[in-house]
Design a protein around this ligand. Sequence first.
Ligand code: ADP
Ligand code: MG
Length: 289
Amino acid sequence: SIAPAVLSTLSNGARKGVLLKGGNHLSQLAKVDAIAFDKTGTLTFGRAEVTDLRVREDLEDNEILQAVASIESYSSHPLAEAFVHAAKERSVSISAPDSMESITGNGVRGIYKSKHWIVGKASFVGSGYESFYPDETAQFMEEGKTLVYARDEQGIAAVFAIKDRIREDSKHVISKLKDLGITTIMLTGDSEATGQALAKEAGIDNVITECLPEDKVEQIKRLKDKFGLVGMVGDGINDAPALAIADIGIAMGRGTDVALETADVVLMNDQLSNLPEVVRISKKMTKII
Ligand code: ADP
Ligand code: MG
């Protein structure tokens, strides 16, 4: 049986837009030592825009955009939409690629108009990115922009800078959690420079970058050893294993089905600001019991 205090707190939580899948998660929340946050779609809106494009001398911007957006249009990654949107804005038509393959946490590969393309993070597209507009790409990362490189059969063909906005409530939520004595950490597959810039914007002190989905699980284990009781907030398919291994898995309400199913706690309407509130309530409740 569930204690009346727990029941009232659960319904209180639900009214505040926090869905708890059981009473025991409340007592866990009251004791949470650290909370890790995924970056894209959790701390940020997950609605990114292409802000800059640099291409190799022998190529045209729109030619590249057409190939990349056509291949990305078959990806479900939040970044993919940015390319499709950019193509629309420039009236560049997109069409079905000959083939396309997603490589989680890295990017996509595809054939478009008989040409092979590799699109994704620097380490995924391979050598040559270091000398491709190095000063400008460094600047883009400092601005918190994600870099996506495109490689064709001749080498690096283009680099896109993509900017996602930090949620308005991220900063406030992080500072409230700090007040409650909870350590906050950002986990991201993005580069060191971009991750650091965005963490600074959100007021997060600890950043773990270049994390593949399987690394996120390892990192949660490490955080448990270091801090004790660890929560993880995420939205994506690639966050699900980390949500499962955390002491408390917390999903964004508009996240993917797998994230919602795996999590113990759901933040309805993507309202991050409900998180410190429910922690506060759970602390109060455990005092009552
Ligand atoms: P995050 O942890 O920020 O949510 P992911 O693990 O999903 O990021 O991806 C890590 C990095 O891999 C991205 O920052 C991006 O550079 C690259 N990437 C992943 N998927 C794609 C894609 N569909 N197109 C281009 N780049 C991608
Ligand atoms: Mg995400």
